[in-house]
Design a protein around this ligand. Structure first.
Ligand SMILES: Cc1cc2nc3c(=O)[nH]c(=O)nc-3n(C[C@H](O)[C@H](O)[C@H](O)COP(=O)(O)OP(=O)(O)OC[C@H]3O[C@@H](n4cnc5c(N)ncnc54)[C@H](O)[C@@H]3O)c2cc1C
Length: 401
């Protein structure tokens, strides 16, 4: 059952108080390493979230999700701290995985794989991308090398995956593997329990970002046996389900990073309004004031794009085009915001004394995952070409009278 706007705003306000009062003070916790917060810290944050009544705030106890527009109110608040989404269980990849299992999973799959995720008792990983060195799937998922072969009532999966966020520590996996080549490559999604000896972590990559527990792993899968009833949805429909997951997942990244960029702006504004140079506050130097003003404008533009795309999804569309446009616009806008925040704060901006430096690094990575900017623009250009073929523009000028 859908909830009212007032109730959703109340949830968002509760999440904001929790993040500001209980989570932000833990941002300097020594249990945060280069590959994100430790499992111990995640468990502690989630205990606090449960006590505060803000665990998985975008999914109601009866299993219904807030609308995308309401989700945006809540997820932006969870993003005010880098640790916020993990604490309240709105983080990637769990948020997108929960959404997908909720949409496509059978009742038995939901009770086995979804329930522990929604409760925040388990984390999950999404295994799609493959190492570039293997010529595997990246921007182009149809290059998938990992294969699944049906043997009796089981599927046997082998291959390698890369950049698998949270694979270390996850209890639930969604593994994508190629299940057909002719007439067109098709893939299937499989739900698996983790850890599994057939899924070996080769290494955890050292990346520019560091918010997500478990980091991003290169993984080899060798003869992983999966029961037929663990196929998520129907066989060969993996690419279609990736589309179902993609738009809301892209949008939720925009929401969380909007919250983080808002926080960076708060910190930078605080610095500019207290730090003096050449006899006056930094904010009173036009060069600084204009950077913060540009940030305000960019944050509002990003918010409006998120709201527009959320409305499209709420109207029942897959929103593939709109979420592409929004992902590009918001990731680029927020990156500029974060970059200006670093600049406003001078040397302090590049130190780990505040969250601004990490927000900058996190949003840099966001310009690549869930589709690099160029790939989205390329697919938008293909749509423009298709549309132009259907309705050719009338370019001829009317003859002079
Ligand atoms: C921090 C992080 C977390 C991630 N987490 C996960 C995860 O949990 N699970 C998962 O499966 N994957 C994950 N990924 C992988 C991510 O989805 C891929 O990195 C992304 O799809 C790009 O693939 P690639 O890295 O192989 O880049 P490539 O495919 O090698 O592309 C490199 C560059 O080429 C350009 N390019 C490619 N195609 C085009 C085109 N058609 N037109 C113009 N330019 C183009 C783009 O600039 C692109 O950045 C993660 C990545 C990062 C960085």
């Amino acid at each position: 059952m859908h909830i009212s706007a007032e109730s959703a705003l109340a949830i968002a306000a509760k999440v904001e108080s929790f993040v500001r009062e209980a989570v932000i003070p833990l941002e300097g916790d020594p249990r945060i390493g280069p590959h994100g917060p430790s499992e111990e810290l995640v468990a502690h944050l989630r205990k606090l979230a449960r006590e505060a009544g803000v665990m998985t705030p975008h999914i109601r106890p009866d299993g219904t999700h807030l609308t995308q527009q309401q989700t945006a109110w809540v997820l932006k608040k969870s993003g005010l701290s880098i640790l916020g989404p993990v604490a309240v269980n709105t983080a990637a990849p769990d948020e997108g995985n929960m959404y997908l299992i909720g949409k496509v999973g059978t009742p038995a799959q939901k009770s086995r794989f979804l329930t522990p995720l929604v409760r925040g008792d388990a984390r999950s990983a999404f295994f799609m991308t493959e190492p570039a060195a293997d010529g595997g799937a990246g921007s182009d998922p149809s290059m998938m090398q990992t294969v699944a072969v049906k043997q009796g009532e089981e599927w046997v999966i082998s291959g390698r995956k890369a950049f698998i966020t949270g694979a270390v520590g996850a209890k639930v996996g969604i593994v994508m593997a190629r299940t057909r080549v002719e007439p067109r490559t098709a893939a299937t999604m499989f739900l698996v329990d983790l850890p599994d000896p057939a899924i070996r972590i080769e290494r955890v990559l050292d990346t520019i970002d560091g918010a997500m527990p478990g980091g991003h792993a290169v993984v080899s899968i060798e003869n992983l046996h999966v029961a037929a009833d663990q196929v998520l949805g129907a066989p060969d429909e993996g690419f279609a389900y990736a589309q179902v997951r993609l738009s809301p997942a892209r949008l939720s990244h925009c929401m969380r990073w909007h919250g983080a960029a808002t926080r960076a702006q708060e910190i930078a504004a605080g610095y500019a309004c207290t730090r003096q140079a050449f006899g006056k506050l930094l904010i009173d130097h036009e060069g600084v004031g204009f950077m913060l003003a540009d940030n305000l404008i960019d944050l509002k533009q990003a918010e409006l794009m998120i709201d527009w795309c959320a409305g499209v999804l709420d109207a029942g569309s897959l929103g593939t085009v709109e979420s592409s446009m929004t992902k590009v616009a918001v990731s680029e806008l927020l990156f500029r915001v974060a970059d200006r925040c670093v600049q406003v704060m001078g040397g302090t901006g590049v130190t780990r004394d505040t969250m601004v430096e990490q927000v900058f690094r996190e949003i840099r990575a966001f310009r690549i995952y869930d589709g690099p900017t160029e790939v989205h623009k390329w697919s938008l250009a293909k749509k423009i070409k298709r549309d132009a073929a259907v309705t050719p523009a009338s370019s001829a000028r009317a003859p002079d009278a």
